[in-house]
Design a protein around this ligand. Sequence first.
Ligand code: PEP
Length: 260
Amino acid sequence: MEKKYLIGNWKMYKTTKEAIAFMQQLLPTLEAIDTGSLGVFLAPSFVHLSDMAKLIDRKGPIQLVAQNCHHEAEGAFTGEVSAAMLSTIKVSGVLIGHSERRMYQKEDNSLLAKKVKRVLKTGMQPFLCCGESLEDRKNGKHKTIVKQQLQESLCGMTPDEVAKLAVAYEPVWAIGTGEVASLDIITEMHYFIRQTLLEAYGGSIKVPILYGGSCNPQNAAAIFSAPNVAGGLIGGASLQVDSFIQLVKILLEKANDKAH
Ligand code: PEP
């Protein structure tokens, strides 16, 4: 059965006190639900990772993801955080190429390829984000852009390496806007991403493809039922414990449905 993922991206929200309180409220609920084979992750600010890591177990129901890392192993890079620093404090994955980093930090595909390699080398899972802008979509370039993002960000990687990552399709116009992509668009783009990866890396590769963009407890059941959707990358709706738990439950129900 394909593993399902739910990742809460907290962006630049929450103080350490709030982050710890969230985790303390979330943990007993998750333990009671029995999340089975779901991969449930939170991606808080770097500042909170170490405190939150102290509350979790590597085999427990929730794991930590960082929102970014540097592509070099170490060095004179003031203000940066290395992959090794993260992996040694129980962080198990890193978001790479979120559209906000592409937009505000001008991260391009060739830099992202270096980050993907660095994260893999450190033994963590890269969650590679891709997705077109509204302008790309209006110009009918959505597939070209997403294909280019995948090809260039995975440049030089072997099928074995690619098999270790997950991709998140996040149309930029749907992130934080309340304008979720339609099921037709999600189905079309996830199929397209699946085919692009199969053509490049062969038939045995089944990279999980998550959807992100204004996904919430009201629309998640339909999104998580769509073909080739292996879960969600969630921004706004991951900031409250209740809505995050609702999303976990919805994904778990879908995972169990598909298993029967
Ligand atoms: C995100 O930040 O990756 C995201 C999908 O945000 P939101 O759910 O708020 O659209």
